[in-house]
Design a protein. Structure first.
Length: 320
């Protein structure tokens, strides 16, 4: 669930074309030198953006918001992007049109430190380096990601925000998620939920967490050590519009394992029910009614260009 496992995700197919350092090129062409600074030190920022196919065509979902977040993360790492968020949305639309995905797609832009500039000594820096940006896209049907997962509570903690900025998807920070995922899979589970330094729930390896008790939804606040997910923000908006009770507050491990329902949410996964946590079934061990309702709200928002949140959708290829 947490990674790009081709055996688990047989529908994952890389598009033929990629954006690389200012040009659209065959996706098999780009090569990076072994001295690439992002490879050695994890100095990069990435995003994951979804494009959903409906009867009306293929539409990017909240692409501008993703690039706004990427821009903020790049400022933190002193990486200039090749244009404003609107320009990057246009580049992404053109890339998806060239790749002509015939189903839902997933877009991965990454900006990174490339090489030491002349006169710079070896070392770990944010300045005195060249910068680059690449974008690839995959065909990735969302239906393959939503059948439910079983989670452990990881022994690895989410890095605190004064150690690693939580508000950006910094490439080097995801080694903690890799450790946690490996721990979960070694124990025969699908994913892991990490705690923060206070011992409260932070997030899953690549997703935010919601719990449900007595019909009320709860999710950890963005003042904690977690990424303020765009899917999380989308769900909070939709939940409140639907009149469902929801709160942003700390969630203890005890509250997590005794919840009536738990689900994860992210751009890549959508809304994923958690069937068990720490070896205990969540509720009945099946998808709960609140989770099912939230999934339906999210599905409608991502595939209805004429709906209340039409501004979240950017057309790529509309049905003729």
């Amino acid at each position: 669930m947490a990674g790009w496992d081709r055996a688990a995700l047989p529908g994952l197919r890389l598009g033929r074309w990629a954006y690389h350092r200012g040009e659209v090129v065959p996706a098999s062409d780009p090569q990076l030198p072994l001295s690439t600074q992002a490879l050695h030190y994890g100095i990069g920022v990435f995003e994951g953006i979804r494009a959903y196919r409906s009867a009306d065509g293929l539409f990017l979902f909240r692409a501008h918001d993703h690039y706004e977040r990427m821009l903020r993360g790049c400022r933190t790492l002193r990486i200039p992007l090749p244009g404003k968020p609107g320009d990057l949305v246009d580049i992404t639309v053109e890339l998806l049109r060239r790749n002509a995905h015939d189903e839902d797609a997933y877009v991965r832009p990454v900006a990174y430190k490339l090489s030491l500039l002349p006169g710079m000594p070896p070392g770990v820096f944010l300045s005195g380096l060249s910068d680059a940006m690449s974008i690839i896209s995959y065909s990735l049907p969302v239906e393959r990601l939503g059948q439910g997962v079983r989670c452990v509570i990881s022994s690895w903690r989410r890095p605190p925000r004064d150690t690693l900025p939580a508000q950006a998807k910094i490439t080097g920070g995801y080694v903690t998620s890799a450790f946690a995922t490996d721990e979960a899979r070694a124990g025969g589970q699908d994913d892991a939920i990490l705690l923060d330094r206070s011992g409260n729930v932070a997030e899953a390896t690549t997703a935010n967490v919601f719990t449900v008790r007595d019909g009320c939804l709860v999710t950890p606040p963005t003042t904690g050590d977690l990424l303020p997910g765009i899917t999380r923000d989308t769900l909070l908006t939709l939940i409140r519009e639907a009149g469902l009770p929801v709160a942003e507050r700390s969630v203890s491990p005890a509250e997590l394992i005794s919840a009536d329902e738990v689900f994860l949410c992210s751009t890549g996964k959508g809304v994923v029910p958690v069937l068990a946590v720490a070896g205990r079934d969540v509720g009945t061990g099946a998808i709960g009614p609140v989770t099912a309702e939230v999934r339906a709200l999210y599905a409608a928002a991502t595939t209805m260009p004429g709906g209340i949140h039409a501004d979240w959708l950017t057309p790529v290829m509309e049905t003729q």
